[in-house]
Design a protein around this ligand. Structure first.
Ligand code: ATP
Ligand code: MG
Length: 507
């Protein structure tokens, strides 16, 4: 940034406390027009809190905010938006059963004049929604239901909704966590276009490569404090990790955990033969042995989640056979699968698992209690011990195990969900994108737990879009493409080999 350009937004000395505990202490942020600024930090570092304070979603606990040199005190996100600060939050709150246009304008519909009773001007709603979407390069039918479009499009709709006419600052909290590579590229094109129009864009992500692909500058928070601000070109990935984690942790996180040896002659724990469902998944053969970590690689939509759901009794296969310990098994529901020792940690933590108003303790104990059934209740003390063990092991940042889980940061909620399924000590654990939204340090902790359990004989089916992770932890990699299995690769295969298999055209 050259010295003569003034920041469009300047935050200084920002504080925020929750129940007497500092979530933000003396935090600053400077944004210039026409830049993409990455806001980085571990899970619970305070990124979302800073954004919520800045946009009036949470009251500030002190400090100053200046927009174009003028002090501002937005009391609500709507007020912030009127000032020109637009936000897409980590938890996208759109309505799937409203139309695209309705989602863009819900709560602030353009209305007709007094003579017509201030009725909503639907023609204007649709026209202006089309204009806003065109601004970010999206040409879709705005009258269709939002749910009829893929997540990536829904994400763009959220951005269009956020972008007011007079936006100066656009804030995106983990916008890419459920997008595939192609969709991320498209999103970045949109961000670059908006940057070209002079917007200042704040971008939160846990994907380090994305930081370098798109951002001009980086601000790092650690434990609610400001660590520093750099030009992206001046802060390499190692230095960035060190800034986020602190020196000691960064040194540890560089060390790759060793893949536990696994007995190739171990008996098959789970064996699928020609398992499939019309329209969902082509017939698939899959073998998982005790103590084996099988990676499931493929692009978004390749059928990985569908396979997990079939194995776990969430979908009923209409062909093929499933065997557990050599015995034919058929699961009418997840309860059947759980009885056979399976567990599935699903991908969509918001919809599939978190009970926001229950405590961290109750959320972690939930699946184990369900497995034990009504005959064996976990005492409060047992639940506490269990929860505290996992809070420690996975580094879940929470004031106590009695804190309602909804008050934890997004990544820490995700860690608690993994703990919930690890606690059941399943024989086969299916993890669907377990490290999404999780910071680099916590990823290591989760991988270490998985490797430790595998060493003890637990089998793991590991689904991840991050190829580097799959090749590092898997004894064997099963590759899916277009809802069918295209091959298997042994441990030690490279990312390139997996990519080749994914990209290979059908013969
Ligand atoms: N409403 C709340 N009440 C109490 N504590 C809260 C509340 N909101 C956030 N916190 C705490 O403030 C801290 C910062 O959380 P925040 O959500 O800002 O983290 P984050 O950097 O966005 O993390 P992530 O990468 O996991 O999304 C966390 O310890 C969190 O538990
Ligand atoms: Mg967050």
């Amino acid at each position: 940034m050259s010295g003569d350009i003034r920041p469009v937004l300047e935050l200084a000395g920002i504080r925020k406390q929750f129940a007497g505990v500092d979530a933000l202490r003396d935090v600053q942020l400077r944004l210039y027009p026409g830049e993409i600024h990455a806001l980085m930090g571990q899970n619970g570092a305070g990124k979302s809190t800073l954004i919520k304070v800045l946009t009036g979603a949470l009251p500030s606990g002190g400090g100053s905010m200046r927009l174009d040199g003028q002090a501002i005190h937005p009391a609500s996100p709507l007020e912030a938006q009127k000032l020109g600060i637009s936000t897409v939050y980590q938890e996208v709150n759109l309505c799937p059963n409203l139309s695209v246009a309705e989602n863009v304008f819900a709560g602030r519909y353009p209305r007709r004049g007094a003579a017509e009773g201030f009725r909503i001007d639907w023609a204007a709603v649709n026209r202006r929604a089309r204009e806003l979407l065109a601004r970010i390069g999206l040409d879709i039918d705005v009258a269709r239901l939002l749910s009829s479009y893929p997540v990536a499009v829904q994400q763009m709709v959220a951005i269009a909704r956020a972008l007011g006419v007079s936006s100066k600052v656009l804030i995106l909290d983990e916008p890419t966590s459920s997008l595939d590579d192609d969709e991320v590229r498209k999103l970045f094109e949109v961000l670059r276009k908006l940057r070209g129009e002079g917007l200042a864009i704040v971008f939160v992500t846990h994907f380090l490569n994305q930081v370098y692909a798109v951002s001009d500058r980086i601000t790092v928070l650690r434990n609610g404090t400001w660590v520093g601000e750099w030009r992206a070109a001046d802060l390499g990935p190692q230095a960035l990790i060190a800034a986020m984690l602190g020196r000691e942790l960064a040194a540890q996180s560089g060390r790759a955990a060793a893949l536990p040896p696994f007995d190739i002659a171990a008996p098959a724990l789970l064996e699928a033969q020609g398992l499939g469902q019309a329209g969902l998944l082509q017939p698939i053969d899959l073998l998982v042995r005790a103590g084996e970590i099988v990676g499931l690689a493929g692009l978004l939509g390749a059928g990985r989640t569908e396979l997990a759901r079939l194995l776990f009794g969430l979908e009923a296969p209409d062909r093929g056979q499933l065997r557990i310990d050599g015995e034919v098994a058929s699961f009418a529901s997840p309860a059947d699968a759980i009885r056979h020792g399976l567990a599935l940690c699903p991908e969509e933590r918001k919809t599939d698992g978190i009970v926001a108003e229950l405590s961290v303790r109750e959320n972690i104990a939930l699946a184990l209690q369900a497995r034990l059934g009504a005959r064996r209740f976990l005492s409060r003390a047992e639940q506490t011990a269990l929860a505290e063990r996992f809070v420690e092991a996975l580094g879940i940042k929470t004031a106590s195990v009695e804190t309602p889980i909804g008050l934890l940061s997004g990544g820490n909620q995700q860690k608690a969900m993994i703990a919930r399924w690890l606690a059941t000590e399943p024989r086969l654990l299916i993890l669907d994108e377990p490290t999404r939204g999780i910071d680099v340090g916590a990823k290591q902790e989760i991988m270490a737990q998985i490797l430790r359990l595998a060493k003890g004989g637990m089998a793991v089916l590991f689904i991840s879009s991050e190829m580097s992770e799959v090749v590092r932890v898997a004894h064997r990699i099963v590759v899916l493409r277009d809802r069918s299995k295209v091959g298997e690769l042994p441990a030690g295969s490279s990312e390139d080999e997996v990519c080749e298999l994914i990209a290979a055209t059908h013969e």
